[in-house]
Write a protein that binds this ligand. Structure first.
Ligand SMILES: O[C@H]1CN[C@@H](c2nc(-c3ccc(C(F)(F)F)cc3)no2)C1
Length: 328
């Protein structure tokens, strides 16, 4: 089987996150979830949540589904990179994405979420597309939806085609040859820590010479920005007049009037180009804009987040434990 769903950015002018529709239970309850290649829990806002923690999100109601079955004694609790968190209990439920169904998916229902989630009306939860070793359910960890449907897919892959300020797609079981230009360049991934972790071969700022250097990174659709080593970030903003490591934001900002250089990353001999305009995350006041490239700080790896993804077609190949990039 193959399936495709739209990936819609929110809020429209910032592309802070991308959500896609997921159908839960019988009769179907459709919720918009963030698809996150950097985690491996499928969890949803539910009718078990305190009203004070809900602000417009659609809620999954297990009692309204004839196919939900409590997974007795199982709980979950997760914390994301920005410190946001959620936790709750587990049911087995019919979960369908782009027409691809799995009848007894571990569906984690939240009975509590942190303020960041409560204040984000665009998403009713997350669908993890990382490796199942990262799943937080106890006492027995559960498999991701992608792991569960993998044997039924026409090809053991999913393809991510995010776009800037426009709907893109997540495709399961296929690679749409018309969605990209040239060849897909693959590189092995190390999934031992549960991430889609790769080694890029270097970088280039604008038209400056390419700098060969190994960049150890994870491909993470749930992270908004492109998080890189301090030296690379410094080299990038050195080419942006008026940019600064803003004291109060603890992040690089630049004058919205600045013309941003492109950022190129290497995958082997392939060069992935992020247009300068894609490196603006958005306006923070009348004249100041927030950089889409930021310092990874004390993280043990870089994070190739949405700022990079939206300039590429990215193939997550579980069959051959590799990841592929192509221009579009
Ligand atoms: O943990 C790493 C795994 N992938 C990254 C990730 N971060 C989130 C996230 C989503 C939504 C929110 C909130 F709505 F603002 F609360 C916060 C964080 N989703 O994936 C980081």
């Amino acid at each position: 089987s193959t399936g495709i769903v739209a990936a819609t950015p929110f809020p429209a002018e910032y592309d802070r996150e991308y959500v896609a529709p997921v159908s839960l239970g019988t009769p179907a309850q459709e919720l918009n979830l963030i698809f996150d290649t950097g985690s491996s829990d499928l969890w949803v806002f539910s009718t078990s949540m305190p009203a004070a923690q809900v602000a417009g999100q659609k809620l999954y109601n297990p009692s309204g589904s004839s196919t939900s079955a409590v997974l007795w004694g199982h709980t979950w609790s997760i914390q994301y990179g920005d410190g946001s968190r959620s936790s709750g209990t587990v049911v087995n439920e019919l979960v369908t994405i782009g027409g691809i169904s799995y009848a007894s998916q571990a569906l984690e229902i939240a009975n509590g979420v942190s303020a960041q989630f409560s204040q984000d009306p665009a998403s009713s939860g997350l669908l993890g597309l990382g490796f199942s070793i990262l799943n937080t359910v106890i006492p027995t960890s559960q498999k991701t939806w992608f792991d569960n449907v993998l044997p039924t897919l026409a090809a053991p892959v999913f393809t991510v085609d995010l776009k800037r300020a426009a709907p893109g797609t997540y495709t399961f079981g296929a690679i749409d040859a018309s969605s990209y230009a040239g060849k897909i360049e693959y590189t092995p991934i190390d999934n031992s820590n549960g991430f889609w972790r790769l080694q890029a071969s270097g970088y280039q700022v604008g038209t400056s010479p390419f700098q060969p250097t190994t960049i150890d990174a994870i491909a993470d659709t749930g992270t908004t920005l492109l998080m890189l080593p301090a030296a690379i970030v410094k080299a990038y903003y050195a080419q942006v007049p008026g940019s600064q490591l803003h004291a109060s934001y603890g992040a690089y900002t630049f004058p919205c009037s600045a013309k941003l250089p492109s950022f190129t990353f290497g995958i082997g001999r392939y060069r992935g180009v992020i247009p300068g305009a894609f490196v603006s995350y958005g306006r923070i006041d009348a004249t100041t804009c927030y950089g889409g490239i930021q310092d990874q700080g004390n993280l043990p790896f870089s994070i190739f987040g949405d700022i990079l993804m939206k300039a590429q077609v990215v193939v997550f190949d579980a069959g051959r434990t590799r990841i592929g990039f192509a221009a579009k």
